[in-house]
Design a protein around this ligand. Structure first.
Ligand SMILES: Nc1ncnc2c1ncn2[C@@H]1O[C@H](COP(=O)(O)OP(=O)(O)OP(=O)(O)O)[C@@H](O)[C@H]1O
Length: 231
């Protein structure tokens, strides 16, 4: 989905300026990294696009949706087009791997037979089919992250939002996660990813938007930008 942000600011009570006057256009099918110091506004920007937050001022268009005007009743339809992956996975601990993915489809009324087919397809693609009966706590960090991605993409979203998806993973596992994200992007899904990982940004080239105290400090199509923070 195409994203257009114009003059977007987000101020948290009482006066924490998380984003200030952000103008950003992302084309359908782009892969964009969001980088910058801790507290620079990366997560806030992603949460605004996911419509978890409403901007204090400015406009956000995602596809045909004007997020400021989106009615509560439209929110589930909007969210169905978005997959979200978090650093801490947010998997459901009492459900096994297959059930964690199936849950998403059942919640939107996909028929049982189709649920089974789609769960099998996505778990196979992410090399988790043999682990389908495991519960999250029985899985390694990399497996849990792959499961979180499986859950985010099973509904074939047009937009994938990933906040530090390689955060707690070793380098090899992080690379395999990046390969998965780029292969999803290659199918036409727009991917927005917040990261501190300089190595990943250098190794997997894409557009890099750098935030600095809530403002866009740099926007580099080829991704040549110095990062900060932990590796
Ligand atoms: N719900 C909230 N209430 C108050 N302040 C908030 C809230 N969410 C974020 N902030 C503040 O907004 C600023 C930007 O935070 P944000 O989480 O977007 O940064 P970030 O770039 O994602 O940081 P990190 O790299 O550490 O995840 C910070 O000063 C933060 O304290």
């Amino acid at each position: 989905m195409e994203i257009r942000m114009a003059g977007v600011s987000k101020i948290f009570d009482p006066d924490i300026v998380a984003l200030e006057d952000v103008y950003l256009n992302v084309k359908k099918g782009e892969f964009v990294y969001f980088v910058g110091h801790t507290g620079s506004g990366k997560t806030t920007l992603l949460r605004l696009i996911n419509r978890e937050l409403i901007p204090t001022s400015g406009q956000i268009m995602v596809g045909k949706y004007n997020l400021r005007k989106l009615r509560l009743g439209q929110l589930p339809y909007y969210r169905r087009q978005i997959g979200v992956v978090f650093q801490d996975f947010k998997l459901l601990p009492h459900l096994n791997a297959a059930e964690n993915v199936a849950f998403v489809l059942e919640a939107i009324g996909v028929p049982k037979r189709q649920v089974e087919e789609r769960v099998k397809a996505v778990l196979s693609r992410l090399d988790l089919w043999r682990r389908r009966f495991l519960y999250p706590e029985q899985m390694s960090g990399g497996e849990q992250q792959r499961l979180a991605i499986a859950r985010a993409v099973v509904n074939m979203p047009s937009l994938l939002i990933a906040d530090e998806p390689t955060g707690n993973l070793d380098m090899e596992t992080a690379e395999s996660i990046m390969e998965i994200l780029f292969s999803i992007n290659a199918t036409g899904t727009t991917v927005l990813m917040a990261t501190h990982n300089q190595y990943i940004v250098d190794a997997f080239r894409a557009r890099v938007v750098e935030l600095d105290r809530g403002r866009i400090a740099r926007d580099e199509p080829k991704g040549e930008v110095e990062l900060y923070g932990d590796l």
